[in-house]
Design a protein around this ligand. Structure first.
Ligand code: NDP
Length: 261
């Protein structure tokens, strides 16, 4: 058992966080970097990414970034090549955060095959493939930690979110199965499943007054979450203090999934 100081330290660790230019991903990047982790992140919009990187620089955080559309297989391979070079073949933390809601909250009968494929590629294929590519670097770490940013929609049914929910449900099962397969390589794999969190995604809920009221009435804490509140759970899961936690799906949802009413 390592001593207390070591259990709560990630000083000198390395991390890749996808989709770190804004929202939950950005909060995760900052949280890890404040623990002394060297973080690389990616997103598609160059201007937003550069603004975020400049702000991190002003805060003296060790954050680098590059453009990558995680739904694209060859761009994922390029990203991992970069990671190999930047971190000398050793990666301690991989946070698969980048994701979206595709065409929005529409009935499954209205989905086109292109919309379906894009959402599956962005939310699920990217996680599977990036994690697979990262395996040798995580193994080299000797204390690898993978965190998937899932959603409570991965375990609950919500009308209008059939494809989104399916990507997150698959992600939960990917984490459980990988946790068993990679435990021998000293790689832990967990999911953090947020409820509604105040980012652009939450705006799609607040835009519809009835939907907003309905969702809010089911959250015992009567508010949406903040990106930082998800980031703190991610950081905890990456710490040596969480060394016995693997294959878990942890809800960060203000009690939403605990409420049957
Ligand atoms: P935001 O839209 O605020 O941020 C998403 C981030 O991911 C941005 O940096 C975005 O940058 C990046 N991103 C999106 N698509 C891609 C892509 N194809 N390739 C690379 N980067 C991409 O979303 P949130 O912060 O709200 O969501 C983050 C994660 O949290 C998602 O997986 C989401 O499903 C999950 N989640 C969110 C909830 C919420 O209520 N906010 C609730 C439950 C789960 P860019 O667009 O420039 O590429």
């Amino acid at each position: 058992m390592v001593d207390r100081e070591e259990r709560w330290s990630m000083q000198g660790a390395t991390a890749l966080v996808t989709g770190g230019s804004k929202g939950i991903g950005r909060a995760i990047v900052e949280e890890l970097a404040r623990f002394g982790v060297a973080v690389h992140t990616c997103s598609r919009n160059e201007e937003e990414l550069n603004t975020m990187l400049n702000q991190c620089k002003l805060m003296n955080l060790r954050v680098t970034g590059s453009i990558c559309d995680v739904s694209n297989r060859s761009q994922r391979e390029e990203l991992m090549d970069k990671i190999r070079t930047i971190f000398n073949g050793k990666l301690d933390i991989l946070v698969n955060n980048a994701g979206g809601i595709g065409p929005g909250w529409i009935p499954v009968t209205q989905y086109t095959s292109e919309e379906y494929s894009n959402l599956m590629a962005t939310n699920f294929d990217s996680c599977f493939h990036l994690t697979q590519l990262a395996h040798p670097f995580l193994k080299a770490s000797g204390r690898g930690s993978v965190v998937f940013i899932s959603s409570i929609a991965g375990s609950q049914g919500f009308p209008g979110s059939v494809v989104y929910s399916s990507t997150k449900g698959a992600m939960n099962q990917l984490a459980r199965a990988l946790a068993c397969e990679w435990a021998g390589d000293m790689i832990r794999v967990n999911c953090v499943a947020p409820g509604v969190v105040n980012t652009i995604i939450a705006e799609s809920v607040t835009q519809n007054e009835d939907f907003h009221k309905q969702i809010m009435s089911r959250i015992p804490l009567r508010r949406f979450g903040e990106p930082k509140e998800v980031a703190s759970m991610v950081a905890f899961l990456c710490l040596p203090a969480a060394a016995f936690i693997t294959g878990a799906v942890i809800n960060v949802d203000g009690g939403h999934t605990a409420n049957l009413s």
